[in-house]
Design a protein around this ligand. Structure first.
Ligand code: GAR
Length: 195
């Protein structure tokens, strides 16, 4: 059984979907949900599902990224995770942190990578006149949103779409994509899944 720690910053809807999927016949079990924001809505959801949670407020470490990451590492290392899933985790991690988990840290990003790394992905896709948007699950490497792709889900961009409407449509697909990719990854399959 692979032990999975999930890092979040917000509502945690992807985290919930991952945890729900692991409740069935699955090669993984969730062992921790951690956040850089003590007020992240996902922490309460994780606790309600009976999971251990941890919060390390990045605002207490202004200008001290190493200190923040050292504090974040503590609860993570304590649960001895095999896999880390970033699920709406909105802090950029240093190469030191990333390299510690290289090859076993996954991220979900709301664009069809390599297009639109970073923020405001949906607005940028609409502005560019793209016909499609989507989400990507990839392995995390020190370069932002640049690691090997493990899966992608596409959605059409509709006439009159706003960034919010598109984000909601992509999120529904994220909830299918991330659990499906984690299952495959945990079973040793790293060939990209295209939904
Ligand atoms: C998701 O859309 C995820 O792809 C995005 O944040 C949202 C989190 O939603 N992640 C990033 O932008 C990472 N750079 P959730 O908290 O409901 O899972």
């Amino acid at each position: 059984m692979k032990r999975v720690a999930i890092l979040i910053s917000g509502g945690g809807s992807n985290m919930v979907r991952l945890v729900e999927d692991m409740a069935g016949d699955h090669p993984c079990q969730p062992v921790l949900v951690a956040s850089n924001d003590p007020d992240a809505g996902g922490l309460a959801k994780a606790a309600a599902m009976g999971l251990p949670t941890a919060a390390v407020d990045h605002r207490a470490y202004r200008g001290d990224r190493a200190g923040f990451e050292a504090a974040l590492l503590e609860p993570i290392l304590a649960v001895r995770p095999d896999i880390i899933c970033l699920a709406g985790f909105m802090r950029i991690l240093t190469p030191d942190f990333v390299e510690r988990f290289q090859g076993r840290m996954l991220n979900i990003h709301p664009s069809l990578l390599p297009k639109y790394t970073g923020l405001h992905t949906h607005a940028r896709a609409i502005e560019a006149g793209d016909a499609e948007a989507g989400a990507t699950v990839h392995l995390v490497i020190p370069d932002l949103d640049a690691g090997p792709i493990l899966g992608q889900a596409r959605v059409p961009i509709m006439p009159g779409d706003t960034a919010d409407r598109l984000a909601a449509r992509v999120l529904i697909r994220e909830h299918q994509l991330y659990p499906a990719v984690l299952r495959r990854f945990a079973s040793g399959d790293q060939t990209p899944l295209y939904l």
